[in-house]
Design a protein around this ligand. Structure first.
Ligand SMILES: [Zn+2]
Length: 224
């Protein structure tokens, strides 16, 4: 049985990390809006042409177009899908709900990755990675043993993302609270929202999410 899930949570809550595990361990396919648009553009299909026209005019791609792309993807079957970056607003959630009903599929689980703002700010603003091997470090919780040198590969190419600073993170957080966090109430009412502690260890969070998916699979049905 295919399982479709949405990962909800503020920037930095670890959605990407958990999505990668679900792809590796469960064979789920990630539906990232950005990837879908890029793919559509180069596909040459009718939908792809529409996307290219809109983007070339410098306009924003409408919800209708994104829903159209999702419809194409869901029709391809597989183990299930992880929605990433969509829905981001209530109208988008309604549009997705309508699409799912129309094609006889459903959102089986919505995982809310809960994090405390202050903890998030300290987690993100101290973060840096090795440009050579990808190891992730943190000023406070995981500094390098030798300053400026990667523990794993010895590279001195340590990098910080330009938007990993407190001011930029607070802006992204406010955007999330304004536009996306109402989805928590929306899916709570639908009965398929499960909160997990996004600040727990990566393995613990993964185990919690695995538990949710196993329950969905065993039940074979969830209210949507
Ligand atoms: Zn390294």
């Amino acid at each position: 049985m295919a399982i479709n899930i949405i990962l909800l949570g503020p920037p930095g809550a670890g959605k990407g990390t958990q999505a990668r595990r679900l792809i590796e361990e469960r064979g789920l396919v990630q539906l990232s809006t950005g990837d879908m648009l890029r793919e559509a553009r180069s596909s040459g299909t009718e939908m792809g042409q529409r996307v290219a026209e809109v983007m070339d005019r410098g306009e924003l791609v409408t919800d209708d177009i994104v829903i159209g792309l999702i419809r194409e993807k869901l029709g391809q079957g597989g183990e299930g899908f992880i929605f990433d970056g969509f829905p981001r607003t209530l109208p988008q959630a309604d549009a997705l709900q309508a699409l799912m009903a129309e094609i006889g599929q459903r959102i089986d689980a919505v995982i809310e990755m809960r994090v405390d703002d202050a903890a998030l700010v300290s987690r993100i603003s101290g973060r840096f990675t090795c440009g050579n091997c990808g190891e992730v470090y943190h000023d406070v919780t995981k500094p390098t043993k030798r300053p400026g040198v990667c523990d794993v590969c010895g590279s001195a190419d340590l990098r910080r993302r330009a938007d990993d600073n407190e001011e930029s993170l607070r802006t992204r957080l406010m955007e999330y609270y304004k536009k996306t966090s109402p989805l928590i109430g929306y899916y709570h009412c639908k009965g398929n929202l499960t909160p997990v502690d996004g600040l727990a260890e990566i393995d613990e969070v993964a185990a919690e999410i695995a538990g949710v998916l196993d329950r969905v699979r065993d039940r074979g049905f969830s209210p949507a």
